[in-house]
Design a protein around this ligand. Structure first.
Ligand SMILES: Cc1cc2nc3c(=O)[nH]c(=O)nc-3n(C[C@H](O)[C@H](O)[C@H](O)COP(=O)(O)OP(=O)(O)OC[C@H]3O[C@@H](n4cnc5c(N)ncnc54)[C@H](O)[C@@H]3O)c2cc1C
Length: 386
């Protein structure tokens, strides 16, 4: 496969890197320490069109294809040192905007996509619950049909952007007998709907500038025009959004890995030990060579998966391979950046320790890496116990 950038991809990529380096990085150490989300940065990203990457132009987006979306998210991950902000934007686009673009009615698209694209709205995806995560479709949240709509009850957890979101894509059981195939429905729920409350906000190891919390639904009435993709259609909608998330969110890790590697190589050239640059020590140089190999393999797997989105049935396999490999490569390369920096790598002022903390999240969200291995094994024709 040839992944040579088109002229449009080159221009977008360069613009986003310049924008992110100039506008998004100031104060990141302090924001991370304070676990602070900065809405003004979100709005700036909206002005750049980032949140509307895969949204058709008629609904206020820039109409990028999936591969271009991945290329731009990679650029964002490279230019922006605020991993929480990058993650929040990716979760918004891939798990919330994509379902509306792919399955929303024209009315839903007109009502929500312009605001979701221009940075004036923030979205959250709610599927995980306190008692169900990997087995997401064992959810307890349910929706009962009533008076031209549905009444939702339940609690969602670990919802990225939840504490600041204006709109939630909520999955609920509408037919307990059916499960994934026909039993789950996706709803668009505005956060000012009576009965919708934001529960606890979690203190986290990493991605600390992206607030994550609970969503509590108590007799929340959602009109039927806010059902996405038809009653009972939620399972496949969620599965498709996870393909997008697995394929494109890791693109931002590829960008972050490239930046970490550049910083580590520079450090290895300048830092001296025993009278010579540490990069002359084979132990250090080989570590950075390994990081380079992981980076290039990650990029190819990501582009391969993204290029198959919505085009090739095998994308489920490619997206899981990319998610598994790149998220683990990101952890390993963050750790190698710390090793290269020695004691400085352990200090908050340098970026490597934050990258390591952020990278661990990637092995858990969008389905843990154990779940990715289950999916890959299934494609190999092997049955795993689930
Ligand atoms: C940073 C972050 C952001 C998140 N954002 C969101 C969000 O925006 N919206 C949302 O709905 N959720 C979100 N989540 C939740 C995430 O999707 C779940 O944490 C994840 O699916 C795992 O579920 P769990 O935490 O309940 O773990 P469990 O499912 O309880 O798993 C615990 C352990 O058992 C293993 N395990 C479980 N089942 C199997 C199996 N069948 N085969 C092999 N191993 C298995 C897991 O791999 C893991 O090691 C987020 C999580 C994190 C960490």
């Amino acid at each position: 496969m040839d992944f040579t950038f088109t002229e449009e991809q080159k221009i977008l990529r360069d613009e986003v890197i310049r924008f992110a380096q100039k506008e998004l990085n100031e104060g990141i150490v302090e924001r991370d320490r304070a676990q602070e989300f900065d809405r003004s940065l979100w709005e700036k990203c909206g002005e750049m069109g980032l949140q509307g990457l895969p949204v058709p132009e008629e609904y206020g987006g820039i109409g990028a294809d999936p591969l271009t979306t991945a290329v731009v998210l990679e650029a964002l991950g490279y230019g922006c040192r605020d991993g929480g902000l990058v993650f929040g934007i990716c979760a918004h686009i891939l798990a919330c905007v994509v379902p509306v673009v792919k399955h929303g009615t024209d009315d839903q698209k007109q009502r929500y996509l312009p605001g979701l694209s221009d940075g004036s709205m923030i979205a959250v995806n709610g599927i995980s619950e306190p008692g169900s995560g990997s087995d997401a479709f064992a959810m307890q949240t349910h929706a009962v049909a009533r008076d031209g709509g549905f009444v939702l009850n339940g609690t969602k957890t670990f919802s990225s952007n939840g504490p600041v979101a204006d709109l939630a894509v909520v999955y609920a059981v509408t037919d307990p007998g059916k499960g994934y195939h026909g039993g789950i429905t996706a709803f668009l729920v505005e956060s000012d709907t009576p009965g919708y409350t934001r529960g606890q906000k979690f203190e986290k190891m990493g991605l600390r500038t992206c607030p994550i919390g609970e969503l509590i639904l108590e007799d929340v009435f959602v009109p039927e025009e806010n059902v996405i993709g038809g009653v009972g259609g939620g399972g496949p909608i969620f599965a498709q959004s996870m393909e997008w998330e697995r394929a494109c969110l890791v693109a931002s890790h590829v960008g972050a890995m490239e930046r970490l590697l550049e910083d580590a190589v520079q450090y290895a050239r300048e830092r001296k030990a025993s009278g010579q640059p540490i990069g002359r020590f084979q132990a250090v140089a080989h570590r950075l060579a390994d990081s380079k190999v992981r980076l290039e393999a990650s990029r190819l797997l990501t582009y391969q998966a993204a290029s198959k989105l919505d085009r090739d049935r095998k994308v489920g396999l490619d997206a899981s391979i990319a998610k598994l490999f790149v998220s683990e490569a990101f952890v390993d390369s963050s750790m190698d950046a710390i090793r290269t920096l020695g004691g400085y790598g352990f200090m908050a002022e340098y970026e490597a320790e934050r990258a390591l903390r952020d990278s661990v999240g990637g092995t858990l969200y969008s389905g843990t890496n154990d779940i990715q291995r289950n999916i890959i094994a299934r494609w190999l024709g092997l049955k795993t116990s689930e």
